[in-house]
Design a protein around this ligand. Structure first.
Ligand SMILES: Nc1nc2c(c(=O)[nH]1)N(C=O)[C@@H](CNc1ccc(C(=O)N[C@@H](CCC(=O)O)C(=O)O)cc1)CN2
Ligand SMILES: Nc1nc2c(ncn2[C@@H]2O[C@H](COP(=O)(O)OP(=O)(O)OP(=O)(O)O)[C@@H](O)[C@H]2O)c(=O)[nH]1
Ligand SMILES: [Mg+2]
Length: 431
């Protein structure tokens, strides 16, 4: 097994920079650089010197023994002064040591997985944790990273194993007189797992939304103040605004955080009948994106104006350009120019999205949803076979084994290699 090293913190000037080393040579490397191997899991202040005895930095050194580290391997950390020159000098010294090589992206975590310090779902949670930009994303990722999905899966797995074992026992003793009919117990066990899995699948879409962000589209007729409102929310001039009706053509996307939720706000072309070919394309795009968005803010010019599109559940119909608050109280109204009413509108959006987000499950990836659906399909078949009577017991047990297999894929107990490449491609070097 190679000994690997990498800068674990971001590149560039910083207060402190952390270099990680993991593998059988880790302590030996520390001894070369620091002169001795400090007691494990204790910080020790040491002068780090290169091969020629030149001092590289005065750093904190931490050693972790094999079996008691993040990767599970013997490993060490050098907590350096975060200067570009020091980091470069230390990395250069490490590169000159035989048997050492720079880690690939995610390789420390891959080793943690191989040494069973983490399961596959936890690795995915960790990937999301590092990507997390908002509070809700942080909480979701931390839940999965803490092993929530792995624990649930283990419970489902045990229930299915027990069901399969019960069925298989009746097959083995088929010739003898088995007084007990196991099917009621098996059916209850299967039903209980199915209910939980169905809830997970139902919440998977929302979990994906929390990961990737919700889309909120601002729509309405031309000149109603859509782009001005977007700019106000973005805090910058992301979209061109003008008194000319039909200014916005392309869909303009701005990523932001609304009350802890990741949101992509879409500004769209004003909806109207038009002879202008280019504008017509813009309007078509506006309608298309608005349809697929999670929520729509439909701006209208006055309280009695008819919304350009039919509001769906959770959509907000808002009067635009209401600087004086003339209509406030009657309906939600905003001014993108003065900011009046914007807080209230944001609160409305956040409330709707938060409510939906609360139904999110721990199935944070497409992969999880697919595995769960496969397990559910096999369990459904198993249940039907059980109901078909004792002749079909063998088939029922086989279906249960198939469901267990799907759950094993879910947490990476089997078929890990197939998904590793994709998962680790999103990791940074040093993680
Ligand atoms: N400096 C530093 N900070 C860090 C990390 C790190 O590797 N280094 N982490 C990594 O990304 C995270 C913390 N995760 C860690 C997980 C396990 C162990 C570890 O050594 N586990 C041993 C000993 C546990 C103990 O002391 O009780 C074990 O589990 O046996 C260390 C860090 C976040 N902060
Ligand atoms: N007084 C006032 N004027 C506004 C407000 N919002 C926008 N305007 C003005 O109204 C005009 C149109 O604003 P835009 O934000 O470009 O309108 P839009 O809805 O994006 O228009 P299209 O892109 O053509 O669909 C501009 O001259 C803005 O300065 C507002 O809240 N109050
Ligand atoms: Mg516009």
């Amino acid at each position: 097994m190679d000994t690997i090293y990498a800068l674990a913190t971001a590149r560039g000037k910083a207060g402190v920079a952390v270099v990680r080393i993991s593998g059988p040579l880790a302590f030996w490397v520390v001894e070369m650089l620091a002169g001795d191997v400090p007691a494990p899991k204790r910080t020790a202040l040491r002068q780090l010197k290169d091969r020629d005895g030149i001092v590289l930095d005065e750093a904190l050194v931490i050693c972790f023994e094999e079996g008691a580290s993040f990767t599970g391997e013997q490993s060490a950390e050098l907590q350096l002064h975060g200067s570009i020159a020091i980091v470069n000098a230390v990395l250069k010294s490490l590169s000159e040591i035989d048997g050492l090589r720079l880690a690939e992206a995610g390789e420390f975590t891959r080793r943690a997985l191989e040494n069973e310090r983490l399961d596959l779902a936890q690795v995915e949670g960790l990937a999301d944790l590092i990507e997390a930009e908002t509070e809700v994303q942080r909480r979701q990722a931390l839940k999965v990273f803490s092993g929530a999905l792995g624990e649930k899966t283990e419970r489902w797995r045990r229930a299915l194993l027990r069901s399969a074992a019960l069925l298989e026992a009746t097959i083995d003793f088929a010739d003898e007189e088995v007084p007990t009919d196991v099917s009621p117990e098996v059916l209850v066990l299967i039903a209980e797992v199915m209910i939980e899995l169905e809830a997970e699948v139902a919440g998977a879409k929302m979990a994906e939304r929390i990961r990737d962000g919700f889309e909120v589209a601002i729509v309405g007729p031309p000149n109603v103040g859509k782009s001005t409102l977007l700019n106000m929310l973005a805090g910058r001039e992301a979209a061109i605004t003008s008194e000319v009706a039909g200014t916005t053509r392309d869909v303009i996307e701005v990523r932001m955080e609304l009350k802890g939720l990741p949101v992509t706000l879409l500004d769209t072309a004003g909806l109207r009948e038009t002879e202008d070919v280019v504008e017509a394309i813009g309007i078509e795009r506006a309608r298309e994106r608005a349809r697929h968005a999670d929520l729509r803010v439909i701006l209208i010019p006055s309280p009695d104006a008819k919304p350009e599109i039919e509001p769906e559940e959770g959509d907000l119909v808002v009067i635009g350009k209401d600087d004086a608050g003339e209509y406030s109280g009657k309906m939600l109204s905003v001014s993108g120019k003065t900011g009046r009413g914007v807080d209230l509108m944001v609160a409305g959006i956040a409330e709707t999205l938060s409510m939906r987000a609360s139904s999110a499950s721990t199935a944070i990836r497409e992969r999880h949803r697919v595995a769960m659906k496969a397990a559910l399909a096999s369990m459904e078949s198993a249940r039907n076979e059980v109901l078909n009577g004792p002749d079909r017991t063998e088939l029922a047990a086989e279906e249960l084994r198939r469901a267990i297999h799907a759950l094993d894929c879910l947490v990476g107990r089997i078929d890990v290699e197939a998904v590793l490449g994709e998962i680790f491609s999103s990791f940074c070097i040093g993680k």
